[in-house]
Design a protein. Structure first.
Length: 250
């Protein structure tokens, strides 16, 4: 299983070859830095710890800043661990980008849903409520009775476990399965997924290859010498036209 950390940018739309409009969610995926590796000999399982979203070092506590400094990784805000079957290509300090995903494959997205505060049973649990037309109803949107009447032999005298009641809604971990990758922008580290993902704009996400429909692939690690596609293309153009580089320097 391959996974990366990212951030929700917002919603957009694209058009396929037949002109059909497809709603997509744009994610900023990477660069992610390998901060630690988990092995079966030491930890009992295989996994990789990733860091995302670089920040100033003074915004981290000393423990986290020291661990990242030891791993030779820049200060990052969002750190999560992903289970994987293959860590052969990975090493502490490696840099991962959006090219680990391809157009057409399916991914699972994990994030924190938008909080909706304290809500009643009609919105929170889809209760029907009382009649609102004709003669109306005194029941309205209230939850109603929560248990049997007390008294008598064998009567229930306590609230049934799991009874739906008003309460806090949203702001909880949600995982959306089998979202299709519609577009990959390696230069800008952007990923366009068909459909919606949990959380508000700017919220952090964990993107994994789909558990049910995903394909097994290997990690693509970008070496420090390789650099970004923009830098490599500019170096290639300078090599083809050395005169332009000479003019610029003069």
């Amino acid at each position: 299983m391959i996974g990366l950390l990212g951030k929700k940018i917002g919603m957009s739309q694209i058009f396929d070859g037949e002109g059909q409009q497809i709603p997509v969610t744009v994610l900023e995926v990477g660069p992610c830095f390998v901060t630690a590796l988990r092995t079966k000999e030491k930890n009992g399982y295989l996994g990789v710890q990733l860091g995302f979203d670089a920040i100033k070092e003074k915004r981290l506590n000393k423990a986290k800043a020291g661990a990242l400094r030891k791993a030779n990784v820049p200060p990052v805000r969002f750190i999560r661990e992903i289970r994987t079957e293959d860590i052969a290509n990975l090493s502490v300090g490696s840099e991962l980008h959006a090219e680990n995903f391809e157009v057409g494959e399916y991914v699972d997205i994990e994030g924190v849903s938008i909080g909706k505060g304290f809500q009643g049973v009609v919105k929170r649990l889809n209760y029907k409520g009382g009649a609102s037309s004709s003669h109306g109803s005194m029941f309205g949107r209230v939850p109603g009775s929560i248990g049997s009447k007390a008294g008598g032999v064998g009567c229930r005298k306590k609230v049934r476990k799991g009874k739906g009641l008003p309460g806090h809604m949203g702001d909880e971990k949600v995982c959306i399965h089998n979202l299709k990758v519609m577009k990959v922008d390696v230069e800008n580290n952007l990923l366009a997924l068909g459909g919606s993902v949990p959380g508000a704009e700017g919220g952090y996400l964990i993107i994994r290859s789909a558990l049910k429909r995903g394909k097994k692939g290997s990690w693509i690690v970008r070496s420090s010498k390789q650099g970004s596609p923009k830098e490599s293309s500019s170096e290639t153009s300078k090599a083809e036209n050395p005169q332009e580089g000479t003019k610029a320097s003069s």
